[in-house]
Design a protein around this ligand. Sequence first.
Ligand SMILES: NC(=O)c1ccc[n+]([C@@H]2O[C@H](COP(=O)([O-])OP(=O)(O)OC[C@H]3O[C@@H](n4cnc5c(N)ncnc54)[C@H](O)[C@@H]3O)[C@@H](O)[C@H]2O)c1
Ligand SMILES: [Zn+2]
Length: 353
Amino acid sequence: MEKILISTNENLKSEIYIQKGLIGSIEDFLDERKYFLITNTTLAKIYSKFIKKFDKRRVIIIKDGEKYKNIKTYTQILNQLLKEKIERKDCIIALGGGVVGDLAGFCSNSILRGVELIQIPTTLLAMCDSSIGGKTGFNCKYGKNLIGSFYLASKVLIDTDFLNTLNDYEYRCGLGEIVKYALIEKSCKNDVDYNLLNLLSKYQTQDAKNEMEYIIKACVHLKARVVELDRLEGGLRKILNFGHTYAHAIETLSNYKKFSHGEAVAYGIKCASKLSYNLGIIDRDYYNRIDYLLSKFQLIQKEVKYKSKDIIEIMKQDKKVENQKINLLVPTAPAVVGLFDNIDLPSIEASLL
Ligand SMILES: NC(=O)c1ccc[n+]([C@@H]2O[C@H](COP(=O)([O-])OP(=O)(O)OC[C@H]3O[C@@H](n4cnc5c(N)ncnc54)[C@H](O)[C@@H]3O)[C@@H](O)[C@H]2O)c1
Ligand SMILES: [Zn+2]
């Protein structure tokens, strides 16, 4: 079993375990406490056998979908936890993708001023990204993830068997974040060279599926090191937002319905690369290489039909805006990204697809 540890200088710890079939022996990770399991309607059906291991009164099932990642669902979870008399020594388990993970994470952080959290990510995106590093929260009409906190899970249990029931569309969404890691790897200050960019350049979708445990390990390791150095996103951690300022804009405009997060990230990566190429930062070869990766894995399939001015308006409102300038990460060299705060609006407009 692979174990990766996040250990910050504030002495916060998060243990991440990666192993096919791991939840078959979930008991090894739990003790005598009360556990509250939060999941959604889809997973409750597919994984009913696993869920039956938990006391029915302490299983909370929310509606499935990004559009339910809101204050109403947050309140629903809190009310159910309180009704069942959750105590500070109890523990919350999030079983699901990024939506369940982010919501359950924020509930764990805020209820009774914090109870322990275990993440069991079930989508590729959640395994590689959202379950790691403690960002929690939900969306509101002003934008994505605007209400939330940083709260590390004590444990993240990654069982790649969950991927067997994931459909191709959701699989590709996870690949969107994986391509992001490949394009930022050398900026991550990691001690191991996974060379994800070269690996992914060689792979077709099926090869990537066969090697997924290794790829997940690489992404988790990269994210863990970044989070360890900069948990609260003062500097280095911003690189994990590569592609995300564009992504959040189209997700918000679509009201979280038309584009999944991973699809939107792929769109953002493509725009940021185009911006970099237009500004003469990266050469045609590298731009084509990125474009090839995105199309090979079929990551951009839907047309973005929103007006440029609406996209830019939301990009300006994004929480990463400082002094009214849009801070944008763009690729600067293979597997390296840089943060620019002086990019003029016409250039950003020209980078939209
Ligand atoms: N906290 C972070 O650091 C972070 C990072 C990236 C993304 N996110 C957030 O994550 C969310 C996206 O996460 P997601 O892509 O996992 O979406 P999701 O949670 O909506 O899951 C996608 C779909 O797959 C289904 N599903 C989940 N696991 C399954 C399985 N094993 N088999 C079959 N179906 C399954 C879900 O029910 C859902 O319909 C966004 O809200 C995004 O903002 C958070
Ligand atoms: Zn993301």
